[in-house]
Write a protein that binds this ligand. Structure first.
Ligand code: PLP
Length: 227
């Protein structure tokens, strides 16, 4: 009988191997790529197993789940879900990184909510299509948001985040993202990070410069997708 530990260990190793191959094929160094395990909907016992296996970066889409799991398992905790402004005070207490900033009001509120002595790293989410349901600002809206992050006290601008649109081939979506990111870096040279790539498209994302991969189901198995 395979235990949950072995199951996760095997899946994780498989993903890590694929990351290595994709990085090599893209002529990139694997140490510039951070694998973030997306643990949303999975039990905290799975997070503890991942931690034992050496994973240190975890992401959640919901405040309550992130708050609970981050209390149990130490690590670098990422928030990547749609932001509800009444949750920002809580998110600021447990999240080290926020991937989904796409609204000026959230920048100001999050900055004020960061506990004393803490800094939160942030990605601005850019939308790669017209449909707003997956979040993100259009490319033209990036600069004002970046400017307000630079003027904040407690937020550090890391770069851009995106999700490949449903129904578009990830190759063309991430090619577009790479162009947007390189333009953005001309204006905001500290924004070298690019958060892109999920279970179904992370190899393509690596080919187009992703530095932060957000991977859930390839590591933890299929999930009831309620989010
Ligand atoms: C759920 C989710 C992921 C992980 O998706 P998988 O397909 O399980 O790898 C990554 N990014 C965001 C924004 C998500 O909501």
């Amino acid at each position: 009988m395979t235990t949950r530990h072995d199951e996760i260990a095997n899946a994780l190793e498989n993903v890590q191997d694929r990351v290595l191959v994709a990085a090599r094929n893209a002529g990139r160094r694997v140490d510039e790529i951070t694998l973030i395990a997306v643990t949303k909907t999975y039990p905290v016992s799975d997070v503890a197993i991942l931690r034992q296996l050496g994973v240190e970066n975890f992401a959640e889409n919901r405040d309550a789940e992130g708050a609970m799991k981050s209390k149990e398992v130490p690590g670098t905790w990422h928030f990547q879900g749609q932001i509800q402004s009444n949750k920002l005070n809580s998110i600021a207490t447990w999240a080290d990184v926020v991937h989904s900033l796409d609204d000026m009001r959230h920048v100001l509120r999050l900055d004020r909510a960061v506990p004393k002595g803490k800094k939160i790293s942030v990605f601005i989410q850019v939308s790669l299509d017209e449909s707003p349901h997956r979040g993100g600002v259009e490319a033209l809206g990036l600069a004002p948001l970046a400017q307000s992050i630079l003027e904040s006290t407690n937020l550090q601008l890391k770069g851009l985040m995106a999700v490949a649109p449903l129904g578009e081939n990830p190759e063309s979506a991430f090619a577009r993202l790479a162009l947007i990111h390189s333009d953005f870096c001309q204006q905001f040279p500290q924004s070298t990070s690019l958060s892109a790539g999920m279970s179904n498209d992370f190899e393509t994302a690596i080919a187009y410069g992703a530095t932060h991969l957000r991977i859930g189901s390839s590591i933890l198995g299929s999930r009831m997708d309620l989010l």
